[in-house]
Design a protein around this ligand. Structure first.
Ligand code: NAP
Length: 285
């Protein structure tokens, strides 16, 4: 039977560590770290994600401000909001919750965020730094996955084969890059990949980020593999589940993350970690 990697427990430990570090600065008379989340519209999943981030900020002693903008906000108005936040030296991190309404160019908004406050790690400047292995804000979900691998003793992936399913800008592409930097031999797959199972069966580490409920079955898995399930889906009974068929894969793999309580809480913990890094940098300036 595989070991289950409970990301929620690791995320809790990280939050406790951050809280202690914030307290040290607070007692030294420094201001608190401040994350501003910009939410456009009322998309139910986005509202729920934003609440989760707010709760996590409060738990660590960070200040969190939610700026709610109407669905009809223009791109120009939204860019002005971002520019104001860039100029505000009391703001350490800026997060614009995605997706944005169709009339707004998402990339233009992400590009407008000061890379120094880009705690989501989506700005091309930070993504470029990640690409060359420079110290930078890493995108939160891939950073969280690397942290999970570290916590099970997989710091150096020399000699390991890693396979990523999914090539999104927020998960698939950056995680492939980070795995490569950790010395894994990396293969990327996506919806146009042929004979995908033949590739995934070679994986010592399999990262799945496709958004299809319980899609990956046990015959996709190499015995003893580490399986990281990024997917967040609702099944036919509206129950939360991942992209991996957890019950069937559990008896075949070595490690697996559950959904919920796996990668999701780590994503939030890494957002806080990036915000703390930005804060430390700002208060030292
Ligand atoms: P996305 O932008 O929705 O793209 C999905 C990717 O999966 C695409 O690259 C697509 O290939 C690929 N794909 C789709 N069907 C496939 C198939 N049958 N076989 C192989 N590849 C397939 O991806 P995302 O934003 O990374 O999200 C993926 C999942 O992760 C979603 O469930 C999302 O909710 C979840 N997520 C969770 C967290 C977290 O913190 N837990 C964070 C981010 C995302 P093509 O490029 O060829 O279309």
């Amino acid at each position: 039977m595989a070991q289950i990697i409970y990301g929620n427990e690791i995320a809790s430990d990280i939050k406790v560590e951050l809280k202690q570090r914030i307290e040290v600065y607070r007692q030294a008379g420094k201001r608190l770290p401040r994350l501003v989340v910009v939410l456009v519209g009322n998309h139910p999943a986005s509202v729920s994600y934003v609440r989760g981030k707010e709760k996590a900020c409060i738990a660590t002693g960070m200040e969190n401000e939610l700026l709610r903008l109407d669905e009809t906000v223009t791109q120009k108005e939204l860019l002005e909001v971002v520019k104001d936040l860039n100029r505000n030296d009391q703001v350490d991190g800026i997060l614009v919750q995605l997706p944005l309404p169709k009339h707004i160019d998402e990339q233009a908004v992400l590009h407008a965020i000061d890379p120094d406050k880009d705690v989501d790690g989506f700005h091309p400047y930070n993504l470029g730094n990640m690409m060359i292995g420079a110290n930078t804000y890493l995108p939160c979900t891939p950073k969280g996955i690397m942290e999970l691998l570290k916590r099970i003793g997989l710091d150096d992936l020399s000699g390991k084969t890693a396979v990523v399913i999914g090539r999104s800008n927020i998960v698939g592409k950056p995680i492939a890059q980070l795995l490569l930097q950790a010395n894994a031999t990396v293969m990327m797959t996506h919806s146009k990949t042929k004979n995908i199972k033949e590739i995934t069966r070679q994986a010592d580490i399999l990262i799945v980020a496709i958004g299809k409920a319980r899609y990956v079955q046990s015959d996709w898995i190499k015995k003893g593999a580490v399986v990281i399930d990024v997917g967040v889906n609702r099944d036919e009974n509206q129950r939360l589940c991942g992209d991996v068929d957890f019950d069937s894969v559990l008896s075949k793999c070595g490690y697996i993350t559950p959904v919920p309580k796996g990668v999701g809480p780590m994503t939030i913990a890494m957002l806080l970690s990036n915000t703390f890094d930005a804060y430390e940098k700002h208060i030292m300036e």
